[in-house]
Design a protein around this ligand. Structure first.
Ligand code: FE2
Ligand code: FE2
Length: 371
C-alpha cells in the first residue's frame, strides 16, 4: 500500500483504504476504477489516497486506530458537539464509548511508530482534526504511563478542544490566505467561547474543559487566552498544544497543502523550550513515524523510493523500496535498509503531497497560524 496524489492515479491501482464523506462511505476499499473519481476527490478537497499497486505490494501502513473507529467517532462527535453548542441536554454515552474504543486501540499499538492516515474532505476538518488530536494526546499519555482515567480526560479534551470553532463565522475561520490582525483576534475567541459552552455541561470532566481553554497557551507565556507559562500550565495543556499544532501542520488546509511529518517535527523541535515542553516534544517524536510507511521519498542518490518499514528508535533511517533511478526512470524495485547504508539519506519526503512549486512550498513565516 502507498499514498499517491490524485493526479497520479492510474487504472492499475486499487483503493486500499475506504473514503468517507460526511460520515457516509463514499468509496470502499477495493475499488479499481480510481481515475474516474479524480475530479470528485479534487472537489471534495482530497489530494491523496491510499492505493495498492505493483510497486507497493507488501507494504503495510500501521494506523493508530481503525478507520471504522475513527469514522464512528467523528459522527458521534459531530452530533454531540452540535447539541452542546445548541445548549441541548445531550447524552455523552456514545462519545464516552468511542473514547474507550480509541484508548483500547491506541494501547494495542504499543510498539509501532504510527502516522495518522485520515483522508477526509476539507469541510470535515474540525472533526477530523479533533479525533487526530485526541489520538496524538493518547500516544503521549501512553508513553508517560498515565492511568486510564487520565487517558479518558486527555481523549475527551482532544475531542472537544476546538468546540468553540463550530459556532464561529466559517467565512473567517476557514478562509483562504492569512488572517488579518482583527480576524486573528476573532479566531482566538474560540477558546473562551468554547469554554463558556462547556462550563454549562456537568457531563464533561474538568480536565477536558481545561484542555479546551488552554491548548493555545505556550510555555514562554506567548500563548492565549491567559499567557500562562512554564509550570503554571498543566501537563495536559502542554500535551494538547503539541498534538494540536502537529496535526494542523500535517493536514491539508484550504490555504496550504500539508507539511511532511519530518518538517512538522522540525517545527516542534525549533520551538521546543519556547512554545512547547522539550521533554514532551521528545516523547511525542518517538511515537510517530517521521517518514511514514507508504510515503514517497527522494534519496541523496537522486533515486525515488517508497518507505517500506521503520527501524524502531531510529526514525530517520527507515527501510525503503527504490522504484525510480536518479533520472526518474522506473526500475525493477529493490530495497535498502538505511540503517546499514549510512552514506544514503532521505533529502525530501512525502513527494506525493507536494505541489509543483517546491521553492514556495513551506511557509517561512507562519503568520497568524490557523491551527
Ligand atoms: Fe484551537
Ligand atoms: Fe485545534
Amino acid at each position: 500500500m502507498r499514498l499517491v496524489s490524485i493526479s497520479m492515479l492510474t487504472p492499475d491501482m486499487v483503493l486500499a483504504r475506504s473514503i468517507y464523506h460526511n460520515d457516509i462511505l463514499f468509496l470502499s476499499a477495493g475499488n479499481a476504477d480510481l481515475p474516474r473519481y479524480a475530479e470528485r476527490f479534487c472537489k471534495m478537497g482530497i489530494r491523496t489516497v491510499y492505493v495498492e499497486d505493483g510497486v507497493s505490494e507488501g507494504i503495510e501502513i500501521p494506523d493508530a486506530i481503525k478507520e471504522e473507529t475513527r469514522s464512528t467517532c467523528k459522527m458521534v462527535l459531530r452530533n454531540t458537539l452540535k447539541g452542546c453548542i445548541a445548549g441541548e441536554n445531550v447524552s455523552f454515552k456514545q462519545l464516552n464509548k468511542s473514547i474507550e474504543d480509541i484508548i483500547d486501540e491506541v494501547l494495542k499499538t504499543e510498539d509501532i511508530q504510527v502516522s495518522l492516515n485520515d483522508i477526509g474532505a476539507v469541510d470535515e476538518y474540525t472533526y477530523q482534526h479533533s479525533v487526530s488530536v485526541a489520538v496524538y494526546c493518547l500516544l503521549m499519555g501512553r508513553a508517560l504511563k498515565l492511568p486510564r482515567k487520565h487517558l479518558t480526560y486527555l481523549a475527551m479534551g482532544g475531542l472537544i478542544h476546538d468546540i468553540g470553532k463550530i459556532a464561529m463565522d466559517k467565512e473567517i475561520m476557514f478562509q483562504q490566505g492569512s488572517f488579518t490582525k482583527e480576524e486573528y483576534e476573532y479566531a482566538k475567541l474560540h477558546v473562551t467561547f468554547g469554554y463558556q459552552k462547556l462550563s454549562e455541561n456537568s457531563m464533561i470532566p474538568a480536565h477536558a474543559k481545561m484542555i479546551a481553554y488552554s491548548h493555545h497557551e505556550r510555555i514562554d507565556g506567548s500563548g492565549y487566552p491567559l499567557g500562562k507559562k512554564g509550570d503554571e500550565l498543566h501537563l495536559f495543556s502542554k500535551i494538547a498544544a503539541i498534538a494540536d499544532v502537529y496535526d494542523a501542520l500535517t493536514t491539508d488546509r484550504c490555504y496550504r497543502p500539508k507539511w511532511p511529518a519530518y518538517k512538522a517535527v522540525d517545527y516542534l523541535i525549533e520551538n521546543s523550550g519556547t512554545h512547547f515542553s522539550p521533554e514532551l516534544v521528545q516523547i511525542f517524536i518517538k511515537q510517530i513515524a517521521i517518514f511514514p510507511n507508504g510515503s514517497m521519498v527522494l534519496l541523496s542518490t537522486g533515486e525515488t523510493a517508497i518507505v517500506k518499514d521503520q527501524n524502531r528508535g531510529l526514525p530517520y533511517r527507515p527501510i525503503v523500496r527504490v522504484i525510480k533511478d536518479a533520472q526518474a526512470n522506473e526500475i525493477t524495485p529493490y530495497e535498502i535498509d538505511l540503517l546499514h547504508k549510512l552514506n544514503i539519506t532521505i533529502v525530501e519526503s512525502e513527494l506525493e503531497n507536494r505541489r509543483n512549486n517546491v521553492a514556495g512550498y513551506y511557509p517561512q513565516n507562519m503568520g497568524y497560524a490557523k491551527e
